[in-house]
Ligand binder design. Structure first.
Ligand SMILES: NC(=O)c1ccc[n+]([C@@H]2O[C@H](COP(=O)([O-])OP(=O)(O)OC[C@H]3O[C@@H](n4cnc5c(N)ncnc54)[C@H](OP(=O)(O)O)[C@@H]3O)[C@@H](O)[C@H]2O)c1
Length: 171
């Protein structure tokens, strides 16, 4: 069995997760950041695209940071930081071999879409912020099929934001 995967995102009320290519997502709240830290520390590993990694600027401590790039040779991997050109399925198999039972898919939209298209997402954790952005990048780009979800939790995070947790229905 591959690791259980949680796709974790924060969006505006109109589904935007980044206003620009290098948006640092400073429009989220400290409570949401805390949740992200808790969930990723619990999994022990997060998987992200190279652009998202560059907006963070450094590996997040205490977790394995897997960064997808088509040019892994241009970066230096270390114990906590792995640059890889493996497919989503192969990344999860490598994590399984290393003993991980859960993994957080941390974005951005291109990575979310690739894992969804490969049917490798089990759960979606989405924080919705009380914001409407005039422009930006939608949470998903280039999805190849419709996906149905089952809502398993809805909870307030801090004063204003709402956390929605869904399971991805298997057809
Ligand atoms: N609000 C949120 O929840 C949230 C979460 C995450 C990110 N974001 C934001 O989203 C923006 C970035 O998203 P993005 O979709 O443009 O970029 P991204 O997914 O972070 O990174 C895209 C890059 O990942 C690499 N990549 C993707 N698929 C790959 C594959 N199959 N094999 C090998 N490498 C692959 C490529 O890197 P190379 O070009 O190096 O080959 C590609 O250019 C940032 O502004 C970030 O802050 C928001």
């Amino acid at each position: 069995m591959r690791p259980y995967t949680i796709m974790m995102a924060v969006s505006s009320a109109n589904g935007i997760v980044a206003r620009t290519d290098n948006d640092k997502v400073e429009w989220t709240t400290s409570d949401d950041r805390k949740l992200f830290k808790e969930v990723t520390l619990d999994a022990g590993v997060l998987i992200m695209g190279r652009k998202t990694y560059e907006t963070i600027g450094k590996p997040l401590p205490g977790r394995l940071n897997v960064v997808m790039t088509r040019s892994p040779q241009e970066y230096r991997s270390s114990e906590q930081l792995v640059f890889t050109s493996e497919s989503p399925g192969d990344i999860l198999h490598s994590l399984k071999r290393k003993g991980y039972s859960k993994a957080v898919i941390a974005g951005g939209p291109s990575v979310f879409s690739e894992f969804l298209n490969a049917q490798l997402v089990d759960e979606v954790m989405l924080t919705v912020m009380p914001l409407i952005f005039k422009s930006g990048y939608s949470i998903i780009c280039g999805l190849e099929y419709d996906i149905s979800l089952t809502l398993i939790e809805s909870a307030r995070i801090g004063d204003q934001a709402e956390l929605l947790r869904f399971l991805v229905d298997r057809t």
